[in-house]
Design a protein around this ligand. Structure first.
Ligand code: SAM
Length: 201
């Protein structure tokens, strides 16, 4: 989905606010928790506030959306949150192999047309990248209100992970994204947690 460009969402703004845009592995110690498609960052900033000793990374492709995420990080003075502005197709290039403890996909774009399914963040080529990034006990989490995306993701994820738990009426988590705040009023939230990746082929 295309978003109108915010006039202040410039390259200079992102550079001066230390937003990562060049694919180089981040040098971080300890557990990393990554959200891909963070939007304006409500979920990841809430988690980063709750757990100051863990490191969080927000990954967002739209500059105008990322701009709000940066402002939120600044307002909350979060030292344990890094922000990447790039397309998820480059995610593997920003981290060392097996360095991530959790990957979160919250209300990812559903791409309903069959010809666009490969753009879904749970398409097989993305899952292979997540497999190579997750640590031994790493977890992939998905939350959505979109049933078709959920069913598709259950299928693809089962091909890549050994243990997959699906919940078709999830209770709120400790942090809630902008989309979940809105969608929760209108119907069930689907949730999936996957662990233990199969061997990478
Ligand atoms: C529907 S919004 C959900 C935002 C947020 N996660 C939430 O739950 O409120 C999906 C977000 O994913 C981002 N996104 C979509 N495709 C992406 C990609 N390939 N790489 C990184 N971000 C992506 C979009 O720009 C958008 O901000």
């Amino acid at each position: 989905m295309r978003v109108k460009r915010h006039p202040l969402a410039t390259l200079e703004f992102f550079n001066t606010h230390h937003v990562l845009m060049t694919p180089t592995p981040i040098d971080l110690e300890g557990d990393i928790i990554l959200e891909i498609g963070s939007g304006k960052g409500k979920f990841i900033t809430e988690l980063a506030t709750l757990y100051p000793n863990k490191h969080f990374v927000a990954f967002e492709v739209q500059p105008s959306v990322c701009y709000h995420l940066v402002l939120k990080k600044e307002a909350l003075q979060l030292k344990n949150l890094s922000i990447i502005l790039d397309d998820a197709k480059h995610v593997k290039e920003y981290f060392k192999p097996h360095s991530i403890k959790q990957i979160w996909l919250n209300f990812s774009d559903p791409w309903p047309k069959t010809k666009h399914h490969k753009r879904r963040l749970t398409a097989s080529h993305f899952l292979k990248d997540y497999q190579s990034l997750l640590s031994l006990n790493g977890e992939l989490h998905l939350r959505t209100d979109h049933e078709a995306l959920f069913l598709f993701s259950c299928e693809t994820i089962k091909q890549h992970f050994k243990h997959v738990q699906c919940d078709t009426n999830a209770i709120p988590y400790v942090a809630m994204s902008e989309y979940e705040m809105k969608k929760r009023l209108h119907g069930p939230i689907y949730y999936l947690k996957a662990e233990g990746t199969h061997e990478l082929l």
